[in-house]
Design a protein around this ligand. Structure first.
Ligand code: FPP
Length: 240
């Protein structure tokens, strides 16, 4: 079967990606790590456009984890400035393509300028519904769950929530991803086969795909290979 033979229902609606290998790509190509991240950010645009064309609805990318603060200070500040530039540069494009942009993660630790940009871009694209691009910034899955538990506990303590009412759907509505469907397909590039605290609640039944190439080398052809692999699988949700 080729990609062109796929039926619309075989296309994953929500693709989540762990963008891995920018640093190794830079090293392999005789470039600086910052150039690797720049190439990685550019590739988010390429893959976002391709997924929109293919007919998917959601792309969620792991741009900065709660662990990434441990990197060298200049690398952290470069990544932050790259995210700012990305949001500024892509707002017009996103609106033209009717793409809603969201950010998940603990935004309170981000610098105020980035927080303000995020607020603006989320508000200015909130009415768009052709495609949904979500950035995980200062995101960690366990941290997201703990923040949700705190809010649930506070509401219970203040008598606004009956603990007996808490079920999976209600709990999920307290997560950062409350208005996103769970990913159908999770891709990690660069040959590493770990989840690294990315959407642990949400990927309970997602299909996993590990690409052998570094993120900047993850082309549209690589994306199509991943989707073909996904389409060939029989999805299971615990039943038969
Ligand atoms: C992994 O490569 C990538 C990251 C830590 C961050 C991903 C960030 C970007 C693609 C740029 C910012 C994103 C946007 C969308 C503006 P790595 O540095 O861990 O690579 P390595 O494992 O080869 O060193």
């Amino acid at each position: 079967m080729t990609f062109e033979d796929l039926r619309p229902e075989q296309i994953p609606q929500h693709v989540a990606i762990i963008l891995d290998g920018n640093g190794r790509w830079a090293k392999a190509n005789g470039k600086l790590r910052s150039q690797g991240h720049k190439a990685g950010a550019d590739n988010v645009e390429t893959i976002n456009d391709a997924l929109t064309e293919i007919g998917a609805k959601y792309l969620t990318v792991y741009a900065f984890s709660t662990e990434n603060w441990k990197r060298a200070e200049d690398e952290v500040s470069y990544l932050m400035s790259l995210m700012k530039r990305y949001l500024i540069r892509n707002k017009k494009d996103a609106i033209a393509r009717r793409t809603r942009i969201r950010v998940i993660g603990d935004k309170t630790r981000l610098d105020p300028e980035l927080q303000e940009l995020i607020r603006e871009v989320e508000a200015d694209t909130a009415h768009l519904d052709r495609f949904n691009l979500t950035f995980a910034i200062n995101y960690g899955g366990r941290d997201e769950i703990v923040r949700a538990v705190r809010r649930v506990a506070l509401e219970a303590k203040e008598g606004r929530l009956d603990p007996d009412m808490i079920d999976e759907a209600l709990f999920a509505s307290y997560l950062d991803t409350a208005d996103l469907p769970d990913p159908d397909l999770l891709i990690r590039t660069s040959g590493e086969e770990r989840i690294s605290n990315f959407l642990p609640w949400q990927i309970a039944y997602s299909e996993l795909y590990f690409a052998q190439v570094y993120w900047p080398d993850f082309t549209v052809d690589e994306l199509k290979k991943a989707i073909l692999s996904y389409a060939g699988r029989e999805r299971r949700f615990g039943g038969r």
